[in-house]
Structures are given as C-alpha cells and as structure tokens.
Design a protein around this ligand. Structure first.
Ligand code: FE2
Ligand code: FE2
Length: 404
C-alpha cells in the first residue's frame, strides 16, 4: 500500500488551533478599537476607527462561519495565556498614536504574514472555505497595514510598540510556532485603560455644552439655514458612534450577533458624520467651525448600557423619520439631488438601527438585570429622553454611575 506524505504543514488539528487564535485576535482588536473610539481625539482617526472596527467584525464573521463548521462551540479562547495577555495589554496604550502603531504596525503585519503562510500550507481543496475566508480578510488587513505605514511614516518605534512586539514574541507570534520570548516589563508610559465617560475632541473644535435641538424645534424658517443646520448636525453624528462604541466596550458578555450588528451601527454613525463633513466641504464650509456637542455623549454615558441603547435607538433614531422625510421632500422639490441622496442613504441605515434596537434591547436589559416588560422600559426611557434630551437640559446627575 502506497502511503503519500503530505507536504502541507497545516493539518486539521493545527488549522482549528490557528483559526481560534486568529478569531480571538480579530475580535479583541474590534473591542479595543470600540473602547478607544470615544477616547480618541483626532477626528480623522475616529472616522478611520469606525471603518476598521466594522471590517474587523467582517473578519470575525468569516472565521466564525468556518469555525462553526469544524468545532462546537465555534467561539473558544485561544488556550494560550501569553496570547490573551497580549490582547489584554494592547488596550493600555499611553495615547491614541501608540495604540494604533501597536495594533497596526506590530500585530496586523504579523497577522497578515500568518494568513499568507497559512494559505500556502493548508490542504487547498479540502480546506477551501478557510482559504476563501483568509483571502478576503487579507484584502482589508493589507489595507490596514498600508494605512498605518503611510499615517505613521517616519515615526520611529516607540516604547509601547516595542512592548507589544515583545508580548507577541512571548506568545510565539500570531501562530504560536515561533520560539517564545521572556515576559517583557511594561514601559513607564503604560496607562491602564479607563472607560471614557467623556468624548475626546481635538483642540481645533469649540465645545457646545448644551443641546441645540433640531432646526424645526428652534423654528428655523429660512430654508437655506434649515438645510445648513441639518448637515451641521450630521457632522456631529460621531456622538452616536461614540455611544454605540461605548456600549460594545461595556458589553463583553453579549452574543456575537449583537457585536456584529453594533459594529455596523457604529460604522454607520461615523459615515453619517463624514457625510456631514463632506456636505459642508462641498459647500465651501469648514466642519471644524461647528461646535461639538460632546455633552450629549457625557449625558448618555451616565446610564446603564440598556438605557443608553434605548435612548439612542428608540429616542433619537426612531423619532428622526418625520423630520428626515420632510427634508427629503424639500430637497427633491428644490432639485437638490446631493442633499436628497445623502438623506435617503441615511434613512436606510437608520431604519436598520431602529430594528437593531428592537432586536437586542431585551437581552441588553437582561444583562443589566432590568426586570420589567420591554414595552414599559421603552416607554419610561423615551419619557426620560423627552425630559432630559429634547428639553435641551442634558443633566449630569450627581449619582453618576462609576463605570469600570
Ligand atoms: Fe446616524
Ligand atoms: Fe443611527
């Protein structure tokens, strides 16, 4: 009997082990990016984080779909304390640049190298679904690496980046196959991550400390002023992205489906913010002159995650449609196709956000030990929204929760 020795280095057992490591790294990266989105001051980075974290969610989804075909349960810890330490430490960066260089100049290049090696070493036909997943993940990851190369070109490796590289070496690299280095000492700059209860902004912005309401509420009669107001408001939608990002960060025990939907929700809000920025630019206006209403984030973040989610999806988002529909009709009547298109796409996203709210609120309430009928909770939270948000008060209560 002839016995053929395969040349492939990745057999099925190793394949599963590696897929678990990749899934873990991608998922934790998503969570770290969400945690840092409100804490990051630079608007260009915030906008990029929204896209990156949604793309990480696509990668986790690809890996999840493959993993559930080969193991039950599909999500498993990587069974490597050094790898868990790497991802637990990566969040404690001293600042946003260090965070991004640690993730995008150390971990991601190593990840892409592992994906490429894996793609060459697995059984091509029997493991074709893994190859398909890695091929598509690599499209994004190569872009992420290139983004960081360009963004931080000429910036030397900092202590934090070196530390992340040492932690990765302690884990034997992404695959765990490399010789394992000693446990590194953290650099002096290491800053234990604290949940951001305020939304960071660059110094180029002025901060508005009160709710300004929508144009109709303020009786904006002039059509041009009303339209400008609407798109200035879009340029503030980073605030919604920041709340969704905070909810992701504070909900480590919610099911994967929630994180997946919320990554999309968060990304959409960064796109709505960008839509406002682009509209203003297209009309010769500078978005940095629009005061940032970060009080809205601070106000929402004092509540538990179920309340925050309900305030956003059943307060702001569910109530925006009549106003948006009137806007759309006005823009169409005026032949303003650009504004009409932007509002149409926004409404398509927002319909989905309200649906996410209905889908996930019961489970988020359970996570927060809120024991009352869902409809009653929604009713009470919308009343709170009317009282504190629509009124423009945005009170910060003395008994503000201490979030860990
Ligand atoms: Fe939005
Ligand atoms: Fe939304």
């Amino acid at each position: 009997m002839q016995i053929v020795k395969p040349a492939e280095q990745v057999d099925m057992a190793r394949n599963k082990r590696l897929l678990n490591r990749y899934r873990y790294i991608e998922y934790e990266t998503l969570r770290i990016l969400a945690a840092w989105l409100p804490a990051t001051a630079r608007m260009e980075y915030k906008l990029a984080l929204g896209r990156f974290l949604w793309e990480e969610a696509q990668h986790v989804q690809h890996l999840y779909q493959r993993l559930r075909e080969v193991q039950t349960p599909a999500f498993r810890p990587p069974d490597d304390p050094a790898l868990e330490e790497l991802m637990a430490e990566a969040i404690n960066a001293p600042d946003e640049r260090s965070l991004l260089t640690g993730l995008f100049r150390v971990i991601k290049p190593a990840l892409t190298k592992a994906y490429r090696w894996h793609s060459r070493q697995t059984f091509a036909n029997p493991d074709a679904p893994t190859l398909y997943a890695l091929k598509h993940i690599l499209l994004d990851e190569a872009e992420h690496v290139a983004w960081a190369e360009a963004e931080f070109a000429g910036q030397p490796e900092c202590d934090w980046e070196r530390y992340i590289a040492e932690l990765l070496a302690q884990a034997g690299g992404v695959t765990g196959h490399e010789p394992r280095a000693e446990k590194p000492a953290p650099p002096a700059a290491r800053a234990p991550f604290r949940t951001p209860i305020t939304a960071a902004r660059d110094d180029c912005f002025s901060i508005l400390e009160q709710h300004w309401g929508d144009a109709e509420a303020r009786g904006q009669a002039d059509e041009a002023a009303r339209r400008l107001d609407e798109f200035e408001n879009y340029s503030q939608e980073m605030l919604a992205a920041e709340t969704v990002a905070l909810i992701i960060h504070l909900s480590p025990d919610m099911p994967w489906g929630f994180v997946y939907d919320s990554a999309r929700h968060c990304y959409d809000e960064t796109r709505h913010c960008l839509l406002g920025i682009e509209w203003l630019r297209q009309h010769g206006l500078d978005y940095t002159t629009v005061p940032q209403n970060t009080r809205i984030y601070a106000w929402r973040s004092q509540y538990d995650t179920a309340t925050q989610y309900c305030l956003l999806t059943r307060g702001n988002e569910a109530h925006a449609f009549p106003h948006r529909r009137r806007s759309l009709a006005r823009y169409e009547a005026a032949g303003d196709q650009l504004s009409a298109q932007y509002v149409s796409y926004d409404m398509a996203d927002e319909r989905q956000h309200v649906a996410f709210g209905s889908k996930w609120l019961p489970e988020l309430m359970a996570q927060n030990n809120i024991d009352m009928p869902v409809e009653q909770f929604i009713e009470e939270t919308v009343a709170l929204w009317q009282r504190e948000y629509v009124s423009g008060d945005l009170p910060l209560h003395a008994e503000r929760q201490v979030l860990s």
